[in-house]
Design a protein around this ligand. Sequence first.
Ligand code: TMP
Length: 216
Amino acid sequence: MTFDMPLIVFEGLDGSGKSSLMAALEAELNEKGLPVVRTREPGGTPLGDQIREMILRTEGPAPTPRTELLLYEASRSQHVDQVIRPHIQKNHWVLCDRFTASSIAFQAGGREISEEWVEKLNEFATGDVRPDLTILLDLSVNESRRRRSQRESKGGGSQDRMESEADHFHEKVRRSFLEQASREPKYWLVLDASETPEILLGKLLGHIRGLQWLAY
Ligand code: TMP
């Protein structure tokens, strides 16, 4: 399947600034009159939002690693079928906060489930839909922790179940993201998340223009 408008995924440790960069790109595309939808995983659909709540809450029963993976994949298949594929078919730009690479990073990297299984389940959940570009906002674990606690102390809600994991878990997640990016450099753009929002947007737009997805 080939598409005219891209599916762009944003990945990174929690606190890496994905939401701000996505909002800035969305605003640029809107300004140019281009049709764009912004969505996220887990979630993006009513059922996906319920699954998100089950996975990320800190109270109540915690899923085992395999169950956790299946819940992320269940949210994903619903999201691909009900949101991502329909928008791609309508020729819209789709900006997605996390996708298959997060399952590789968190469930294979962090939880140490075999990557082969995660890949198979990713494939089952997504079918023919693949990101055209994945942006990795790379951040050190120290800085991610600092930003998460700052957000918490400013009243931005307490840390969820994944965020509450120890530093060595987040180190494995970061390493996996970087490995994935280095395996497929054509489909990834790695940005240094400690740079200013203006610089990050400038680099992202420059890359997208280089791919000739934006004419100006
Ligand atoms: P968010 O805070 O960026 O919205 O993401 C929710 C959490 O879920 C985040 O800690 C990463 C985690 N996650 C996984 O572990 N596996 C996945 O497949 C996805 C999409 C997210």
